[in-house]
Unconditional design. Structure first.
Length: 131
């Protein structure tokens, strides 16, 4: 049997949406892995206050207040931007592309203001931008 591949996710933000993403990936991880053929694992999460209990099934040491620790981490495959606003979200996604990562965002404001630039940067880097 082949070893299961894992896609390591770095999250920027862990509010209502980010917490729900972590819980859903935890609760449905086996089903998702079976369907997708890869396991999705949240590896690092950048937040304003890493000491605050967010009620999610993730080890405390996965949290950091350093957003660059997520987008610059060579172990992270995909950056999931859930912090909102345009800046620094835009710069962090671009930095993630430059570091060889794809990105997922729920940020409509960012895509409306800079979608063309972000999709062009993703194409140039050979990465994906999903929303």
């Amino acid at each position: 049997m082949a070893e299961e591949r894992t896609i390591r996710i770095g999250m920027l933000g862990c509010g209502t949406v980010g917490g729900a993403v972590i819980r859903l990936l935890h609760e449905h991880g086996d089903d998702l892995a079976q369907r997708a053929g890869v396991r999705l694992a949240v590896a690092r999460v950048a937040v304003r206050d890493p000491e605050r209990d967010r009620g999610v099934p993730l080890a405390a040491d996965a949290f950091t207040d350093d957003v660059r620790a997520v987008v610059d981490d060579p172990e992270i495959d995909v950056v999931c931007e859930l912090m909102g606003g345009v800046d620094p979200a835009r710069e962090l996604i671009l930095r993630g592309f430059a570091n060889g990562k794809s990105a997922v965002t729920a940020n409509k404001e960012l895509l409306a203001a800079h979608g063309e630039e972000l999709f062009a940067a993703a194409d140039e880097a050979g990465r994906d931008l999903y929303f």
